[in-house]
Design a protein around this ligand. Structure first.
Ligand code: PGA
Length: 258
């Protein structure tokens, strides 16, 4: 594994993540093929999208895949991840909406929609750079504790903690869907480069367990310790429970060329 860790405020972290994405997707190798970005939702990745939008890059060769989507929200619901990604990333970055896929959580058969999404990622040649947040319970995407490290895109039940965390976007807790379609941990690990972002004290315990604890399905985000190329960007509050050696080693580390 090469894990680079930078402690920076969300604005600076957004710029660093945008640097990583820009450097990655503007490489020579993408002159002949599409670059594939993995989009995350939630509040965490917003500074990244804002930083990328400010650069006014020409990203016509970029395709995208979302990490996850709620099951059961009607198409066009403002809290569906399809709507959020359209509004926060696709439109500000000038991406072609037809080239950014989100699992179809309104499908008649969500399990089949999950399998179809997994195939679409494979058909695109896999994800080059995957943005990730971390849940306060250590989830990655909607892979809750106990998710198999080999899991692929599938339907999952959300934990009470995740529904409570996400209820801030809905009128009431009852309105938060109970299920989602999510990329699996196995899917996420196939991305060539991971950018994991964590801001705020609420993420501190999960981030420390993910980077310093045992690699365990009880702490889904700990799987990043097995990935060959990870950039972790955390603010002071989220990094506050990390050991000093972890921060120092992470800061000195440079990502191997992709
Ligand atoms: P947040 O969620 O960005 O809204 O904090 C991240 C996550 O739960 O993965």
């Amino acid at each position: 594994m090469t894990l680079r860790l930078v402690v920076a405020d969300p604005h600076a972290a957004g710029e660093l993540a945008a640097d990583e994405i820009e450097a990655y997707v503007t490489q020579e190798e993408f002159s002949g093929r599409d670059a594939v970005l993995g989009f995350a939702t939630g509040s965490t990745p917003l500074p990244v999208y804002a930083a990328l939008a400010r650069r006014e890059l020409s990203l016509s060769y970029v395709r995208g895949f979302a990490l996850d989507e709620y099951v059961g929200l009607p198409q066009g619901h403002p809290q569906s991840y399809a709507s959020v990604i359209l509004c926060e990333a696709v439109e500000p970055l000038g991406l072609d909406p037809a080239r950014v896929l989100v699992p179809n959580g309104a499908a008649h058969d969500p399990a089949a929609a999950g399998a179809e999404f997994e195939r679409a990622i494979e058909d695109a040649g896999g994800i080059d750079v995957q943005l990730l947040g971390i849940g306060s319970n250590g989830h990655l995407a909607f892979n809750e504790p106990g998710s198999s490290f080999d899991s692929l895109t599938r339907v999952v039940e959300l934990t009470a903690e995740t529904r409570l965390d996400n209820s801030r976007y809905f009128d009431s807790l009852d309105d938060v869907p109970t299920h989602a379609i999510t990329q699996g941990l196995g899917t996420i690990m196939r991305a060539r480069s991971l950018v994991l972002l964590a801001f705020g004290e609420r993420k501190a315990a999960a981030l420390a367990a993910a980077l310093e604890g045992p690699v365990s399905e009880d702490m889904p985000a700990s799987i990043v310790q097995r990935h060959p190329r990870v950039l972790v960007l955390a603010d002071e509050a989220a990094a506050s429970l990390l050991r000093r050696e972890t921060v120092e080693r992470g800061r000195r580390s440079s990502l191997r060329p992709s």
